[in-house]
Design a protein around this ligand. Structure first.
Ligand SMILES: Cc1cc2nc3c(=O)[nH]c(=O)nc-3n(C[C@H](O)[C@H](O)[C@H](O)COP(=O)(O)OP(=O)(O)OC[C@H]3O[C@@H](n4cnc5c(N)ncnc54)[C@H](O)[C@@H]3O)c2cc1C
Length: 320
């Protein structure tokens, strides 16, 4: 087992440790240090900062999707506050005229407390987004939540056409889920999958996962169903481009989407090739899980994180 693989596994584990997250949140020096590393990947700490980042990103030619970071909310009050904050996001997008959608984790608005609570909160958001002419994308979480999330997506799709869903190519079940979800309106965002999961349920990173991703992507692209090809994998991006060109497929329903701070030049290339492109912009104070996942999926980012820290430290006043 390589050191990098071990580091990635340790980070994925760390990402899910809520006591470490709470510890970081309660200790300002630790929080500030982590925030410094996280800033590369997030739109800001506040909605205002994120809206500014979104406007600048729009000017570079990319749409954005804004997510108020958080997951696994344990009480109804926090779930209601998160729902309210997403309503603020919708209002801010409309007010500023951003080319933007919203993205959210259903566990942020109540899934772990009670799926019915998450559904009710999601319904409020879907309706408000629909009235504002915006799209709402649902993220996909750990494998123990897949069925619950797909069920809520199904119920929302019975009423609204603006609710998209994320599918993870690493899950064995996804090839079947995809054919079901393709019967529903709403964009399908295809990702490789970021959560720790048992090998009985998922392909591990590597050739088999890439084959699964390509097969699912082909099905999506050729179907004409609205989709987001959400990967930074340059081989897969080139393959998608060839596929679209060879079959002279219409590109209206296809979008390429990447995370802020990750291989932006590849998104620029897709934009220059004439595709609609989008950047995922999360914001807020709950960046612990998000940062750990970004470091885990590309361990060289650890060096970058340390550099960000040192550079920030150089700017701080020295204590005599
Ligand atoms: C818009 C969007 C939404 C997402 N939503 C979800 C979700 O709801 N649920 C979920 O489980 N996952 C989600 N993900 C994360 C996803 O599952 C992957 O973990 C992540 O995209 C990395 O996989 P990849 O497809 O880029 O391929 P990889 O094989 O991981 O990476 C391909 C190449 O991209 C570059 N790269 C990838 N990641 C990084 C990085 N962090 N830093 C620097 N370079 C990097 C490297 O050059 C790497 O070789 C989302 C991703 C995107 C883009």
């Amino acid at each position: 087992m390589s050191v990098e693989f071990e580091a990635a596994e340790a980070l994925r584990h760390l990402a899910l440790d809520e006591s470490i997250k709470a510890y970081v949140l309660q200790h300002p020096p630790l929080y500030q240090a982590g925030l410094q590393a996280a800033m590369r990947f997030i739109g800001g700490e506040t909605l205002d900062e994120c809206v500014q980042t979104g406007a600048a990103t729009n000017q570079q030619g990319h749409a954005v999707t804004i997510d108020f970071m958080g997951e696994s909310t344990r009480d109804e009050v926090t779930a209601a506050q998160a729902t309210q904050e997403f309503l603020n996001v919708i209002r801010a997008i409309t007010h500023k005229g951003l080319d933007a959608s919203i993205s959210l984790d259903l566990s942020h608005i109540g899934l772990v407390i009670d799926p019915e609570l998450a559904y009710k909160n999601a319904l409020i958001l879907a309706r408000t987004a629909h009235e504002a002419g915006l799209e709402m994308m649902i993220s996909m979480e750990g494998a123990d939540r897949t069925t619950l999330i797909l069920d809520i997506h199904n119920r929302l799709c019975e009423q609204f056409s603006n609710v998209g869903i994320t599918l993870q190519a690493y899950l064995y079940r996804t090839s079947e889920d995809l054919t079901v979800v393709m019967q529903r309106p709403g964009k399908i965002r295809l990702v490789k999958g970021a959560y720790e999961a048992p090998s009985t349920l998922v392909y591990s990173r590597g050739a088999a996962l890439d084959v699964a991703y390509r097969q699912q992507m082909e099905l999506l692209i050729e179907s004409g169903h609205a989709c987001s090809i959400a990967t930074h994998d340059s081989d897969i991006l080139d393959y998608a481009h060839q596929l679209i060109q060879n079959q002279a497929l219409a590109t209206r329903s296809i979008e390429f989407e990447m995370l802020r701070g990750v291989t932006l030049e590849r998104l620029d290339t897709m934009h220059q090739r004439g595709y609609r492109t989008r950047i995922y912009l999360p914001y807020g104070k709950e960046w612990h899980l998000y940062l750990c996942n970004r470091l885990a999926e590309h361990p060289p980012n650890l060096y970058q994180a340390v550099t960000d820290l040192v550079n920030k430290a150089a700017l701080l006043p020295t204590v005599a």
